[in-house]
Design a protein around this ligand. Structure first.
Ligand code: UDP
Ligand code: MG
Length: 322
């Protein structure tokens, strides 16, 4: 793979004023160290502190290198990164967090790694500095995601990542409103790899994710992968119905053998009938879910397929700019 001409560094910023000076300085140094041209894109995700002024100041200090994208309100980290993607022009796009938990010094390594021929380079946090609860919940999530996407990545939570242009363009072609970028990227990536990076403790400010936002993020992640939960309704319904039917059968047989007093004069039979109908209701909901899932997929309007490259005599200039 040839060397990339331009590297884009995309960073979502939400009330990170105390971190921005150091962040910009370290990112610019790291960008220079890559030996390629680079652009640093700071996306202000509706901060209410002085982040915007800092971004403006940084773009004046490094004209043509640092750019700002100012969103009118808070849209959430992943949407902010998408906004940054849209503004980016690099052949390789690197994302990281603004809170300096992801050391910008790792950027040159990421760039070198992706240039050896990968679509996506993920990272594993070597010495993760987060609470126990956060570590456990991401361990569980990582396992589930591995199962569904079939892509072996150990750490989906870390946003210090590098993506090739074609993957970024494919992600921009997805029209859903809630996304989880690392998973979305992997659904288009052909070959991915991971490298180990350092992880620092948050020094300034506090995490922008409270419990509610984390739960929301988990749902974004789950629904971005599959509509399986909707389908589970039907499965659940079939199980309940079958159990009810079996119970009814059992009661019928016992009654024939032991007489009507055995089944409390038909009270339990009522339960059996009830279970069958409850099950049928769930099957009905599951059917609705099936339609809903299909509508959901269509509304998202993700590209139906993704051509990684074309081989042979195809008139196509995208091979040349790889
Ligand atoms: N962030 C954002 N919008 C939000 C929440 C977070 O742009 O609504 C940014 C935040 O400024 C930071 C990154 O996303 O650059 C990760 O946030 P944080 O460090 O709070 O997450 P954690 O490290 O706790 O996962
Ligand atoms: Mg953080």
């Amino acid at each position: 793979m040839s060397e990339s001409k331009l590297i884009s560094i995309v960073i979502p910023v939400f009330n990170e004023e105390p971190n921005l000076d150091e962040l910009v300085a370290r990112c610019v140094t790291a960008g220079r160290k890559t030996g390629r041209s680079f652009e640093l894109i700071l996306v202000n995700d509706g901060s209410s502190d002085g982040s915007e002024n800092k971004i403006v100041a940084a773009s004046e200090q490094y004209p043509g290198q640092v750019f700002g994208v100012i969103l009118n309100r808070n849209y959430g980290q992943h949407n902010a990164v998408m906004a940054g993607f849209e503004a980016s022009r690099g052949d390789v796009v690197v994302t990281l967090d603004a809170d300096l938990q992801n050391p910008p010094e790792e950027i040159p390594r990421l760039v070198e790694c992706i240039e050896t021929g990968y679509d996506v380079v993920g990272t594993v946090r070597k010495n993760r500095q987060d609470t126990f609860f956060r570590r456990i919940s991401s361990a569980v999530t990582n396992k589930i995601v591995q199962h569904y996407t079939g892509v072996m990545m150990t750490d989906y939570g870390c946003m210090l990542r590098a993506y090739r242009r074609r993957i970024v363009d494919a992600m921009l072609d997805c029209h859903e409103r809630s996304t989880f970028i690392p998973i979305l990227a992997n659904s288009f990536a052909g070959n991915t790899t991971e490298i180990e990076v350092m992880h620092e403790e948050r020094i300034q400010g506090k995490s922008k994710y409270d419990l509610w936002k984390l739960i929301n993020l988990q749902f974004d992640l789950l629904t971005s992968m599959s509509t399986l939960p909707l389908r589970l309704l039907s499965v659940f319904g079939v199980l309940i119905s079958a159990a009810g039917f079996g119970f009814g059968l059992f009661l019928g047989i016992m009654r024939l053998i032991y007489g009507s007093a055995w089944a409390a004069e038909g009270v339990f039979t009522l339960f059996a009938v009830l279970f069958v109908f409850i099950g049928v209701q769930f099957i009905g909901m599951g059917l609705l879910g099936e339609y809903l899932g299909r509508v959901y997929n269509d509304v998202r309007a993700r590209p139906r397929f993704f051509v990684r490259e074309k081989i042979g005599d195809v008139e196509n200039d995208f091979l040349q700019d790889q």
